[in-house]
Write a protein that binds this ligand. Structure first.
Ligand SMILES: *Cc1c(COP(=O)(O)O)cnc(C)c1O
Length: 398
């Protein structure tokens, strides 16, 4: 490699998260063609693993060639039409962005807001869902605040009204209990670089039958060519669905339509990252994230850093803590990066300068990296880390 290498960092911010050796090795495997039968097998395995991780039987499940934000644009472009009445939960930056994307798509959007740092009462979302509702959209894991949105009753309320329930699960996927089918979610998207520990650049997307019907019934074509699911599915799962329907091996050879050149090596990396998630077991992984979050919360409290989200509303993969007035928020964060090689994130919008956001994502949700963070934070805050380290160990022991 001729260019200078990037510095070594422990990524404990809001994303990207740490990428493990085997995923990096997968990324460095030789590039092959995007229509090569060997690549198509890798695609099929990747989609199958994604179904396991989303806990869904949805045939339309694939990694979009885009970051998480592209997943949002794709979901909106395909499933929302101009004039649609849409209810959107907004309690942080990603809800604000969703509201913006829906408005740009020409939807008649009603925002149901909660303070940044609090969940939205599902009853509030249901209260404004009238008979003409077409979709309800919520952010399951609000990464700007570390809040997990309860989904109780939302699917029932939507389906009674013939509306779709659409969910951003970029940060929650594989780090917080979530089942697409059991929650009745009609479409959801994620990102490769949060709890999946893959480099950024792919957006897992899953779309159920009800949403596919909506797509077929669109009064106007999908405005985005790149994100048109009709075209994408012909490449990603055209043959896969043909196999399922016909049950014949011969159909496997059905030609896949060239749509765009998939980022081959990123797909290798995602496949490897998903193999690791599935090998660990989804339930065990959710439990590890919960434990890691609680252990770190207990440790940071001893430095006077209290969690922003109340108990019962917190998001395991992201711990947001209030920074006391006397602490130089940006200064300490910068010292962590430059002196200790550890990245954590600051606050956004109304919380800028007031919170730190610590990622508890996949490889970051382990005692080793958390110990390093607690030690470095102690040094930068001028606090003895012994008690905090003890609390961390105790948290992991529970
Ligand atoms: C990170 C994130 C996104 C955006 O993903 P990018 O990969 O940065 O485009 C969207 N929603 C949530 C909740 C996120 O955490």
């Amino acid at each position: 490699v001729i260019g200078a290498p990037p510095p070594s960092r422990l990524l404990l911010g809001s994303g990207p998260s740490p990428v493990g050796e085997s995923v990096l090795s997968a990324l460095a495997q030789p590039t092959i063609g995007h229509l090569d039968p060997a690549f198509i097998e890798i695609m099929e395995r990747t989609c199958e693993l994604l179904r396991t991780v989303f806990v869904t039987g949805n045939r339309a499940t694939l990694p979009l060639s885009a970051t998480g934000s592209g997943g949002m644009d794709a979901m909106v472009a395909n499933l929302v039409s101009p004039g649609d009445r849409v209810v959107c939960g907004v309690n942080g930056l990603f809800g604000e962005r969703m509201f913006d994307a829906l408005s740009r798509a020409g939807a008649d959007v009603v925002a149901v807001r909660a303070e940044w740092g609090r969940a939205i009462d599902p009853a509030e979302l249901i209260r404004v869902a009238d008979q003409g509702l077409r979709s309800m959209v919520v952010v399951h894991g609000e990464t700007s605040t570390g809040v997990c949105q309860p989904l109780d009753g939302l699917a029932e309320a939507c389906h009674e009204r013939d509306a779709l329930l659409l969910v951003d699960c970029v940060t929650s996927l594989s780090g917080q209990p979530l089942g697409i089918d059991s929650e009745g979610i009609d479409a959801a998207f994620s990102g490769s670089q949060k709890c999946l520990n893959c480099p950024p650049g792919l957006a897992p997307l899953t779309v159920g039958e009800r949403a596919l019907d909506r797509l077929r019934e669109r009064p106007t074509p999908v405005r985005s060519w790149y994100f048109d699911l009709n075209l994408l599915l012909a490449y990603w799962s055209g043959a896969a669905s043909a196999v399922a329907e016909a049950g014949a091996v011969a159909v496997r050879a059905a030609p896949r339509a060239y749509h765009h050149t998939a980022p081959i090596n990123l797909v290798y990396a995602l496949r490897e990252a998903l193999e690791l998630v599935v090998a660990e077991g989804l339930e065990d992984r959710w439990e590890r994230h919960r434990r890691a979050h609680e252990a770190l919360r207990g440790a940071l409290e001893l430095f006077g850093l209290r969690r922003l989200a109340p108990a019962g509303e917190s998001l395991a993969p992201l711990l947001a803590v209030r920074v006391p007035e006397a602490v130089d928020e940006a200064g300490v964060r910068s010292a962590l990066l430059h002196r200790h090689g550890i990245e954590i994130s600051g606050g956004l919008g109304p919380l800028a300068g007031r919170i730190w956001r610590v990622g508890v994502m996949g490889l970051g949700a382990e005692p080793g990296p958390q110990r390093r963070l607690v030690q470095a934070l102690g040094a930068e805050l001028g606090a003895d880390p012994t008690d905090a380290l003890g609390a961390l160990e105790q948290g992991w022991g529970q």
